[in-house]
Design a protein around this ligand. Structure first.
Ligand code: CP3
Length: 333
């Protein structure tokens, strides 16, 4: 069993495993080299030879405890036949949302369209570099995917005023998302993912009164589904203010915290295993500061099951030497 699973399942507190959100990505020159020759991001995700190689790149450099599959949460709307593009210096851009077409979609056609993602997971989980380590599969939470599907781009700081105007469409999309997210999760697990992380990057955009309908209930359904498959599930509801209420309601096996929440308060309030927290911007400072800030998290969660990670993805401008220093600091603690 991987150290990450020992923390989550056996509640071990002396292991300090580490992985990093977006660990395979633009801060690595070897990734940029491949990316330069593959300008279509979706196509790259659907090339199992390259996407498995990219997934393993950070494990060749650093003593990380997990591989997270190089893919994207937006492969799901792509599989549902909504157009998805990644524009340079802009981010994701989605096409028109055609409900009738999505309603007609069959499970086998969805799976066929994104099959290379599962093949890549299979390759990664069988590679020597992931021996005794975890292969993390992931999905976007229904709410965050709904935001992208309706807004068609990243929402930045707030939702448009008319976001909720088509209630019928929203209800239907949430039902479809639940169905296909389960298919997507099951296929990742069947191909070797031994942990699932649910990314709810835009949970923080909602008012408290809307959390049950859009975050708690849809995510709880997925969490319960992952549990029936015997795999631990980590939830990352970025920007949510009340992590305690979230954990008590959604009941993930572990909770990933963002960098805006006070880790001391989390330590006091949360009883389940915790992951993450360190501000990715700390990696842009210097080694002394990085060591100090990383130890702050390790000290706070000393007697608590804790998986080291950042409070959001590693930034593209990060120096890989700083990541190396971070991993060593955590391992030597
Ligand atoms: O963590 C990993 O190493 C695994 C791969 C991974 C990617 N995206 C690859 C990626 C994972 C887990 C994601 C999740 C994801 N994708 C989220 C949830 C986490 C978060 O960041 O909040 C979201 C919201 C997305 C949607 C998305 N994909 C955005 C907003 C962007 C553009 C922003 C940016 O950083 O450029 C992407 C593109 C993307 N996904 C890249 C990578 C490596 C950069 C693509 C490039 O090389 O240009």
């Amino acid at each position: 069993m991987s150290d990450i699973k020992k923390v989550i399942i056996n509640k071990k507190t002396d292991l300090n495993p580490i992985w990093i959100m977006r660990q395979a990505g633009r801060y690595l020159p070897e990734f940029r080299e491949i990316r330069k020759q593959n300008t279509d991001f979706i196509k790259l995700c659907l090339n199992q030879e390259l996407s498995s190689e990219i997934t393993l790149q950070p494990l060749k450099r650093f003593d990380l405890d997990a591989a997270i599959i190089f893919s994207d949460i937006l492969m799901l709307p792509y599989g549902l036949n909504q157009k998805v593009e990644f524009k340079k210096n802009f981010g994701p851009l989605l096409g028109e949302l055609n409900l009738n077409e999505i309603l007609k979609l069959e499970e086998i056609d969805f799976v066929q369209k994104i099959l290379p993602v599962y093949k890549a997971i299979n390759i990664v989980s069988k590679n020597q570099l992931t021996k005794n380590k975890s292969t993390i599969g992931f999905v976007g939470a229904p709410w965050t995917l709904l935001v992208y599907m309706i807004n068609k781009q990243s929402p930045k700081l707030k939702l448009k005023n008319d976001f909720f105007k088509d209630n019928f469409l929203i209800k239907k999309i949430l039902i479809i998302l639940e169905k296909f997210l389960k298919v997507h999760i099951k296929n990742q697990i069947d191909n070797g993912a031994d942990i699932i992380q649910i990314f709810d990057s835009w949970a923080g955009l909602l008012e408290k009164k809307d959390l049950p309908n859009y975050v708690y209930i849809p995510t709880l359904n997925l969490v319960e589904f992952v549990k029936t498959l015997g795999v631990p599930v980590i939830c990352f509801p970025r920007g949510i203010k009340d992590y305690k209420n979230y954990c008590e309601t959604v009941k993930p096996d572990a909770i990933c915290i963002d960098y805006e929440v006070d880790p001391i308060q989390i330590r006091k309030e949360i009883t389940i295993p915790v992951q993450g927290g360190l501000d990715p911007k700390i990696l842009l400072t210097d080694k002394d500061n990085l060591g100090k800030e990383a130890k702050k998290y390790l000290d706070i969660f000393k007697n608590h099951p804790y998986i080291f990670n950042l409070g959001h993805g590693v930034l593209p401008e990060t120096d890989p030497n700083m990541v190396d220093y971070l991993v060593k600091t955590v391992k030597d603690y």
